[in-house]
Design a protein around this ligand. Structure first.
Ligand SMILES: NC(=O)c1ccc[n+]([C@@H]2O[C@H](COP(=O)([O-])OP(=O)(O)OC[C@H]3O[C@@H](n4cnc5c(N)ncnc54)[C@H](OP(=O)(O)O)[C@@H]3O)[C@@H](O)[C@H]2O)c1
Length: 274
């Protein structure tokens, strides 16, 4: 058979390389998708053809910019305000989610819940204030517990839930006793959720990043050279993490290839404190 002319071959390669991922009919809900790791997860999910509803707490403009970036990949996206520490607001939040599912996605359910939103509070065990403890508890543990519980009627059977932990649940650094303990609790909760939700074929896993350069904790890992160097020095791969190191792992857990991964703690830290 005769080869097609060179111009056709070049055009074909160009189209192939620039082809957008075919949209799936899957939908992910990512909490804290306006910045940092959640933004990276949302974009990575979109690149796999997964539609995204992301939430923000204070930064609506950033959230809308992420929505616009996601839409450029050819999937649908929407942003909603949510304070994951305000458990009483969850019923009205899911009424809004149901409305978006109907109006934007023409469906009544979604597939993947990514419990990512979070804050960092650095205080020694001796000096941790009760209000900071309660804030961390509500955002990092109670909020994740009840947001996931209230999401259940909207999650399709066969869906996935991914919780976010931290390297700090495995090893200790002074200043993170409350935060690290909440993340430890999330890891136990993940296994219980996996056990009970297996009946609906919903897999539940927990991703534990090492220190990543984001705004988290006032941006200390990114902006404080001493902290950055220290963490790089105790990391086998010799650097701190970047948001791009995390999003792809979370989006992989939402693919068919990851269907048999369940109840696992997946640390994504470059091998810190080995
Ligand atoms: N960065 C790290 O080194 C690191 C390491 C291990 C684990 N983690 C975990 O990874 C997750 C994301 O951290 P990150 O580094 O991406 O943080 P980040 O850059 O500070 O972003 C935090 C995100 O969470 C949202 N958020 C904050 N408080 C919230 C609340 N009360 N209700 C709802 N949303 C809220 C923010 O929304 P707005 O933009 O609207 O404020 C933002 O989207 C957290 O669970 C954190 O514990 C981070």
């Amino acid at each position: 058979m005769r080869k097609p002319p060179a111009i056709w071959r070049v055009t074909f390669v160009f189209i192939k390389q620039n082809r957008k991922m075919e949209p799936t009919n899957k939908i992910a809900l990512v909490t804290g998708g306006s910045r940092g790791l959640g933004k990276n997860m949302a974009l990575s999910l979109a690149k796999k053809g997964i539609n995204v509803i992301l939430t923000y707490n204070s930064k609506q403009d950033e959230a809308l910019a992420v929505v616009a970036e996601i839409e450029k990949t050819g999937v649908k996206a929407a942003a909603l305000k949510l304070d994951t520490g305000d458990i009483k607001s969850f019923d009205s939040f899911f009424i809004q989610v149901a409305g978006i599912l109907k109006n934007t996605f023409n469906t009544s359910n979604f597939d993947f819940l990514i419990n990512n939103a979070g804050i960092g509070v650095n205080a020694s065990f001796a000096e941790t204030k009760e209000e900071d403890f309660d804030l961390l508890f509500n955002i990092h543990f109670k909020g994740v517990f009840f947001l996931s519980q209230k999401a259940l009627p909207l999650i399709n059977d066969g869906g996935r839930i991914i919780n976010l932990s931290s390297g700090l649940a495995r090893f200790c650094m002074p200043g993170y006793s409350a935060y690290g303990a909440m993340k430890g609790a999330i890891e136990v909760l993940t296994r219980y959720m996996a056990k009970e939700l297996g009946a609906r074929n919903i897999a539940v896993n927990v991703v534990a990043p090492g220190a990543i350069e984001t705004d988290f904790g006032g941006g200390v890992v990114r902006d404080n050279q001493h902290v950055n160097d220290h963490i790089a020095g105790i990391t086998a791969l010799g650097r701190v993490g970047l948001p791009d190191d995390i999003g792809g792992v979370v989006s992989f857990l939402c693919t068919e290839d990851a269907r048999w991964i369940n109840a696992q703690r997946i640390e994504v830290s470059g091998g810190v404190n080995l």
